[in-house]
Design a protein around this ligand. Sequence first.
Ligand code: IMP
Length: 431
Amino acid sequence: MSNVIIVGTQWGDEGKGKIVDWLSQKAHLVVRFQGGHNAGHTLVVNDKVFKLSLLPSGIVREKTLVLIGNGVVIDPFHLQKEINELSDQNIKISSDNLIISDSAFIILPIHKLIDKLREEKKNKNKIGTTGRGIGPSYEDKVGRRGVRVCDLYDKDELYNKLSNLYDFHNIWLIATGEKKQDPDEILEKLWALGQKLKSYVQPSWLLINKFNRPSFNILFEGAQGTFLDIDHGTYPFVTSSNTVASQAGIGAGLGPTCIDFTVGITKAYTTRVGSGPFPTEDTGEDGMALGKKGHEFGTVTGRQRRCGWFDAVLVRQAVSLSSINGIALTKLDVLDGFEEIKICTGYNLDDKIINYLPSSEKQQKKIKPIYEIMKGWKGSVVGLRKINEFPQEARDYISKLEKLIECPIILISTSPERSDTIYINDPFSPN
Ligand code: IMP
């Protein structure tokens, strides 16, 4: 029995939902450890579509316990909405299958307001956030004025903490001509919601510790992707949490020696939603075709995703940053029918070839991709369940990727359906 982490290796939207869902069949506990409802997972199970943002994907499986860890920022209003929506789809949610960490931080309506206003005021320099208050809530966490889930259960304490936080933000709001916000407007609503959610709330590290035993499998479900990581991503065009595998320990409450296998989710091409550098972005016909065939619209915001060819430099870097043991390759079918397929194998920076993403924002914008061109395949890989049924060119593409990113591909997804997946190796009992 083992503990497995899943992380995205690009800019998010790699198709993690389906892979988490597959792995959660074998997990006794599924844990979210960072991010918030900026994430969007779509699961297709027996023709039923489930859209999740905050709840870990294992929630749609009977008998799987899911946990929202301390590293997540929780909008309690959104959480209640998501619980209600799933209940309407006949997914039963109770304290038997959902646990919320009492030390997770809360996203308040004022965080959402600040997120929105800041983006508006930045004009063309905007990050393109999801507008859900993620950044401002994490800022309050490290600024040591945040409100945590455990604060919802002492009204005086809650009011004091809210007042302190609102006082801080009102200085900026008033200075920029915005309306002063009043903590009294939120106190009662938050208190009532806290009571509704109370049965789910626990010191979650204790529970994780109970499951960290040879008889259990734990799955740690990352959100977003490596290059949206606050330390390792295309800063400042990133999210406000760590998205790499090491965050699983911090955001859940256990140490790095407990992890047995890390899976990187990788799309067979590249997409990005929001602003920021994207070396292989293709704004021409190929990019349009990838977007159209891949239905590349954000689950959370509905925004059109930017598209481009596979960037092996980025994914190799992600493999290294999270010590990834195996890759789950998604959306290979979207490449069906292209005459030629490009793979970025290095970057040109000021006439020098480099094989990593530089840290500097200016250099990230300046680098030009160096492509290797491969022959595309005729026919389709949609729904295929054996690698030897793939056209030879598709097999060549997969082998080339493995070589360039220096990591084995352990799973290939050939359609959104749960069953259209080729399993090469099982992270919970790898061979
Ligand atoms: P924030 O996380 O809402 O602050 O947004 C910061 C950046 O991360 C923006 O470019 C978002 O589009 C991007 N982002 C946040 N969450 C996701 C996700 O789940 N998938 C893809 N991009 C995301």
